[in-house]
Design a protein around this ligand. Structure first.
Ligand code: FAD
Length: 380
């Protein structure tokens, strides 16, 4: 086996976006790149949503987009337009097919199906053991994620965004195809942060997801009961069939994922801490990280110098401290935001695009006491 310039472990969202961006860039045409993936990526294992103003780079893959979002809590039930944003959705399988085809067209990128078992860093190379073969690279980008590192530390609370979703088809119209339900907190909270997330594809078809931001996952039957109850009693579905199931578990933590990066190794995607700790949204931020990473690689600096924390990291830390201490507060915080501020400002803030004045406006809308307590806790 040759020594590759770069090996990317994992052909998921971050690995494929990185491989494609390197493949397109003439600067890297002379670099040998290997993409190692254990799976054939033939299943529609997830849907990715994000919001964006106007047209964007993934529009050719967008399955459905919505001009309005629905937010409901104890005191509000609103369906505002989010213009100039649109809430956009991609199907995982469409994404995999498109990017795997793209990668096939780059002569300097090879894709090998193998499961990586160990990774050993030497002074100027990294050795990767796979189940089938051994590989060597000057630099490695690793998107394998493992909860263990998170469990073994206690500096940062770790919550999970966990969900079970049903793609359903109903006999009668039950959805508003123009409105994606961003967060419906009108369901029993049971001491946690629990909401329904609904992506309608037509009046009769959509994805309904029971989502929690909490420390522990539930038994499968509890998600299923909540979904059934919501479909029958809130959406008033009398007759429906389930077409597909989607489930996921995204870490919500401010843990310093970058601490395991080194001169020649960079964790990417969720494994690199690219999921927004307070919401679990990862896809769009990953695309932005990749755009920033490529010019950084051209500088030849050690990979450990790539990541740096922004002020949003600290906001997220306080929010997670609040939710970790009292997991039932999530609905109150989000409801306060959507009641007192425009959805555009909330989305801009969650996208980490606000200026300091806008940050203050958002923070001022939140319940003060829990956040002040969290701030004092961190200062101490
Ligand atoms: C069901 C679901 C829905 C989601 N929806 C959204 C959403 O709407 N919006 C959003 O922003 N985020 C969403 N996310 C979160 C996040 O965007 C995705 O998890 C995203 O796929 C993360 O990208 P990644 O590259 O970190 O990991 P992945 O896309 O999971 O890629 C990792 C890759 O590494 C491979 N791999 C793992 N171990 C090995 C090994 N040992 N050897 C070789 N290959 C290996 C895996 O097979 C996989 O292909 C969702 C997540 C899930 C699970």
């Amino acid at each position: 086996m040759p020594t590759y310039d770069y090996i990317i472990i994992g052909a998921g969202a971050s690995g494929l976006l990185l491989a494609d961006t390197l493949g397109k860039d003439a600067f890297f045409a002379s670099k040998s790149i290997l993409l190692l993936e254990k799976d054939r990526k033939q299943h529609n294992d997830r849907t990715w949503c994000f919001w964006e103003k106007d047209a964007g780079p993934f529009d050719h893959l967008v399955y459905k987009s919505w001009p309005n979002i629905h937010f409901a809590g104890k005191e509000i039930d609103i369906k505002p337009s989010i213009s100039p944003y649109r809430y956009k959705m991609l199907r995982g399988l469409d994404f995999y097919k498109y990017y795997l085809n793209q990668i096939n067209t780059y002569p300097n990128i090879e894709l090998i199906t193998d499961e990586v078992t160990t990774l050993t860093e030497k002074e100027d190379e990294v050795i990767i053991e796979g189940k089938d073969n051994r590989y060597t690279a000057k630099q490695v980008f690793d998107s394998r994620f493992d909860y263990e590192a998170l469990k073994q530390q206690s500096d940062y609370p770790v919550l999970q965004q966990h969900f079970l979703g049903w793609f359903v088809k109903s006999d009668a119209p039950i959805f508003d195809p123009e409105t994606a339900s961003f967060m419906d907190f009108s369901i029993p909270q049971k001491g946690n942060t629990r909401f329904m997330y609904v992506l309608p594809f037509s009046e009769t078809e959509g994805l309904v997801e029971y989502t929690l931001f909490s420390e522990n996952v539930l038994q499968k039957a509890e998600y299923e009961e909540a979904l059934k109850d919501y479909l029958e009693n809130t959406l008033q579905a009398t007759n429906f069939e389930m077409l597909e199931v989607e489930q996921g578990n995204i870490p919500m933590t401010c843990y310093d994922f970058a601490s395991s990066n080194s001169q020649n190794l960079l964790k990417i995607g969720i494994a690199g801490g690219w999921a927004k700790p307070s919401t679990g949204f990862t896809f769009y931020s990953t695309s932005k990280k990749v755009i920033a990473l490529v010019p950084f690689l051209k500088t030849g600096k050690p990979l450990s110098q790539f990541e740096n924390k922004s002020r949003y990291w600290f906001y997220d830390l306080l929010f997670l401290d609040v939710l970790f201490r009292n997991n039932a507060l999530g609905s109150r915080v989000f409801e306060a935001l959507f009641r007192k501020r425009s959805p555009q400002l909330v989305l801009k803030f969650l996208d980490e695009q606000t200026n300091l004045w806008e940050d203050l406006k958002v923070m001022w809308a939140c319940p003060k006491i829990p956040f002040v307590k969290a701030l004092l806790g961190r200062i101490r």
